[in-house]
Design a protein around this ligand. Structure first.
Ligand SMILES: CC(C)(COP(=O)([O-])OP(=O)([O-])OC[C@H]1O[C@@H](n2cnc3c(N)ncnc32)[C@H](O)[C@@H]1OP(=O)([O-])[O-])[C@@H](O)C(=O)NCCC(=O)NCCSC(=O)C[C@@](C)(O)CC(=O)[O-]
Length: 302
């Protein structure tokens, strides 16, 4: 398998990144972040989630954020929807894509969405039907595809099982998510291989948190398998409120630096992406988690 010449990054910072912030992030800041990300050339942005505000209060302004974005042609805006209630609210805001999210581990499924894996699939089936009937593309996120904060290691067979369930209800694309960032390349490769028994190479992506500093290595092994779609989060923002101790996603800036260094096209302007990361890091009052972002920013003339 040859390494792809072009990669699509899905920027998940506004959703995955900001869902875990302790401090209040006003809708206007989230909207400005989306504007800066699309100006940097991101073509797909996961904006928010239509989940219960009791579970994740940080995303309670979902409709306001979606309404406030000046949409650019050619950019796709996606949102998470855990059930029909969330989907119906999301539909009013005209997303291009929705994401249903399940877990390869039972314990995480219970903690994150308060139901078993089987129940989650039953819950998603009408959401997927309704989305596809409305012409909305459906992605599926498969959390804990390598390890679970409650159950430990997760076998590739369980990832394959979940991918098969996702496929059976009409999900069009799945992301192999290392929610707590414990994966190393061979483990990620096995989870990806199990997924590829149910989905084509063009319909899978990687979503790697960077808790143990393995996310770029995990990205590289997926590239070597021909995978060309990845989620990443500007400034390395993120973490899941139901995955204690897990750090943010791999920083978008670091992935872009890796890809451009390998001669792989992304369509992203790294300087502008660094500015977007700086903007949100300044707002949050801390320095960026992106190694490339920090290094390149510090090299700029004063
Ligand atoms: C799934 C539920 C709703 C079940 O939560 P539940 O408590 O079992 O749901 P329920 O149906 O019993 O409803 C309870 C209350 O929530 C309301 N409710 C119910 N649904 C909605 C909705 N969609 N929007 C707004 N409100 C909703 C519902 O109306 C009711 O309100 P009340 O009558 O008490 O006033 C809840 O567990 C939930 O919202 N969980 C979301 C957790 C979450 O967002 N986690 C982070 C995202 S996943 C992630 O980050 C991983 C990922 C994707 O990035 C990949 C990776 O790295 O792994």
């Amino acid at each position: 398998m040859s390494i792809p010449t072009r990669v699509k990054l899905v920027e998940v910072g506004p959703r995955d990144g900001l869902q875990n912030e302790k401090q209040d992030v006003p809708a206007a800041v989230k909207i400005e972040l989306v504007h800066r990300l699309q100006a940097a050339g991101l073509k797909e942005i996961e904006v928010t989630s239509f989940v219960s505000p009791k579970w994740v209060p940080q995303m309670a302004d979902n409709a306001e954020v979606m309404a406030g974005i000046n949409r650019l042609p050619g950019v796709r805006y996606s949102v998470l929807t855990p059930n029909l209630k969330g989907f119906e609210a999301a539909l009013l805001t005209k997303p291009d894509e929705i994401v249903v999210f399940a877990s390869a581990s039972e314990a995480f499924s219970q903690k994150n969405i308060n139901c078993s894996i089987a129940e989650s699939i039953e819950r998603f089936a009408p959401v997927v039907d309704a989305a596809r009937a409305a012409g909305i593309y459906v992605r599926g996120a498969m959390s804990c595809s390598v390890g679970c904060p409650y159950e430990g290691e997760v076998a590739p067979a369980r990832v394959g099982y979940l991918a098969g369930l996702m496929r059976s209800i009409g999900v069009q694309h799945v992301g192999v998510a290392d929610t707590i960032g414990v994966g190393t390349p061979l483990k990620v490769q096995r989870a990806m291989e199990a997924t590829l028994r149910h989905f084509d190479l063009d319909d899978v992506s990687g979503h790697f948190h960077d808790t143990y500093g393995q996310a770029l290595a995990n990205t590289l092994i997926c590239l070597q398998m021909g995978v060309w779609q990845f989620d990443a989060s500007v400034a390395g923002l993120g973490g899941c409120p139901y995955a204690k101790g897990a750090t943010g996603n791999v920083a978008s800036e670091d992935v872009v630096y890796l890809l451009h260094g390998m001669g792989i096209e992304t369509g992203i302007d790294l300087d502008k992406l660094i500015d977007a990361g700086q903007f949100i890091s300044d707002f949050l009052g801390r320095s960026t988690q992106s190694r490339a972002g920090k290094a390149l920013f510090n090299k700029r003339p004063a």
